[in-house]
Design a protein around this ligand. Sequence first.
Ligand code: NAD
Length: 471
Amino acid sequence: MVKICCIGAGYVGGPTMAVIALKCPSIEVVVVDISVNRIAAWNSDQLPIYEPGLDDAVKQCRGKNLFFSTDIEKHVSEADIIFVSVNTPTKTRGLGAGKAADLTYWENAARVIADVSKSDKIVVEKSTVPVKTAEAIEKILTHNSEGINYQILSNPEFLAEGTAMQDLFKPDRVLIGGRETPEGRKAVQALKDVYAHWVPEDRILTTNLWSAELSKLAANAFLAQRISSINAISALCEATGANVFEVAYAVGKDSRIGPKFLTASVGFGGSCFQKDILNLVYISECNGLSVVANYWKQVIQINDYQKNRFVNRVVSSMFNTVSGKKIAVLGFAFKKDTGDTRETPAIDVCKGLLRDNATISIYDPQATEDQIQRDLATNKFDWNHPVHLQPMSPTAVKQVSIAWDAYEAAKAAHGLCILTDWDEFKELDYQRIYDDMQKPAFVFDGRDVVDPEKLRAIGFIVYAIGKPLDS
Ligand code: NAD
């Protein structure tokens, strides 16, 4: 029986291994993590992450061929294939701070592998890492153990949170990069054999190691770039009376462009886009390619601009101040169908409103109170100036409360900001919300959730990103 161990039981490690276990009953899969709490949650009925379809998959194979454990050394030493799916955040200090990927977690994982391995191993980069990381990992492994053959493969993950399970069941492609040596090709084949249990052959792409590592950064940069492009157009639409959703539809009908990822919004979030673009910027700079670096920086600058623009619009619409006013915030997760709040635009929007002394009531169907309070209390790292910004004052954070539902959040509020595209926000009784709000009642839609005309008919003053303003 082939044994797989995955180091890192997070948003990627958990779902990917659940799908491998489900699709490959002949393979034993153990997911290990340094976090005792996370592993306990994976072994309970309350999984540590919310992802549609995940509960079912885990329930079907947990205890049969899928296991979660904190005994990292044991399971790494017994495995034939070791996936490493640890976090690779942006460095916050030292060389490359604010841009480069922090590979501390990866290096720690590699050192454990070297310490405990007694047989040959295939080590798979599942985390998103800078191009050439495999070279560094190879050095750590081979300098710390003798007589063991390590084959490093790059197998970046392209799943999107919220649709992770369907992305894993039917991936657009599985990418495997390996060394172009007989051992390298054998390792690539071994990983292909795992995916071949459910992924059609023509969707399994093999490349050299560096192409695979760089493809993941490039793919995320392209996706984010499309969002920033349409967001840049949304500002022009508001200035001219055009409607960005009509423009996006017309643009996306061109088969060379296509319709996906052209939805204007308050900005992109999530743990990956910004960090991976920063990583690309850093790698470009290290290779003396400053023009390339500046090109990709613009994608993040437009994203920051979009979030600021939204906050400024809220404040300026509400007679130039939100001081002492209650603002209801609907949605805190960075997108619908996930509880993940990492780098969510809601953090910047709420902080912007708090700086103007607003009182905020937040409702999100999945993000927890702890998460939200922690996100708002933590300093944002300014990638352009690698020093920490001033912390939010404790009084500002006290001006935040968490509501049980949208109606409670909106009660007596002066304004309502929609920051996540949860489906349930489309179905709300906006007449009831209007009746309970202060007048004039404002709605600021950052996610194309409401029909501005219907809300205007109720009596709301509506601002919706990229759409014609109130006349
Ligand atoms: P995560 O923070 O949810 O999970 C990482 C886990 O690794 C944590 O539970 C942490 O405790 C564990 N860990 C760290 N060091 C460890 C060690 N030495 N030994 C054992 N466990 C260790 O992160 P994630 O969202 O799953 O992302 C993981 C990687 O996948 C990142 O590189 C990310 O860029 C990439 N990625 C993420 C997504 C996404 O949508 N979240 C999609 C594609 C790729």
